[in-house]
Ligand binder design. Structure first.
Ligand code: HEC
Length: 108
């Protein structure tokens, strides 16, 4: 019965460093810089960080649901907005939605 005990020891030795890494609060956290994204990619159409309408509609104070926004970013709209489904992870899109929800008018 020596063998199983040794296996267990090995397992504990190997698994121990892995467990804390997996227990991090936000493992899928997004590193996306949304402000920068809006200054470049999205801002081409959603002006002033999404505060005012440009080629695309104003996003600040949107009445759209999270699902609608997620869907529009992922799938875009034919002839209007490109699809970004393969560009962003779900965590990225969560972050974009949060950004849109917390947009405030520019300070004078
Ligand atoms: C080429 C121009 C263009 C780019 C680039 C663009 N959008 Fe759009 N976006 C649009 C247009 C046009 C609409 C309106 C589509 C429609 O008619 O429903 C829209 C709609 C949206 C909506 C839904 C708003 C609403 O009230 O219907 C969201 C959210 C959105 N865009 C987010 C983004 C984000 C985030 C990015 C950058 C990753 C982005 N867009 C990049 C043109 C663009």
């Amino acid at each position: 019965m020596k063998f199983p005990a040794r296996c267990l020891t090995l397992f504990l030795l190997c698994a121990a460093p892995v467990v804390p890494a997996m227990a991090q609060p936000e493992p899928a956290a997004s590193n996306l810089n949304v402000e920068q994204l809006f200054a470049s990619t999205c801002g081409f159409c959603h002006s002033d960080g999404g505060r005012v309408a440009g080629k695309g509609p104003q996003l600040m104070n949107t009445k759209r649901s999270d699902d609608f926004i997620r869907n529009r970013i992922k799938h875009g709209k034919e002839g209007a907005m490109p699809a970004f489904g393969s560009t962003f992870s779900d965590a990225d899109i969560d972050k974009i939605i949060h950004y849109i929800r917390t947009l405030k008018p520019d300070q004078p």
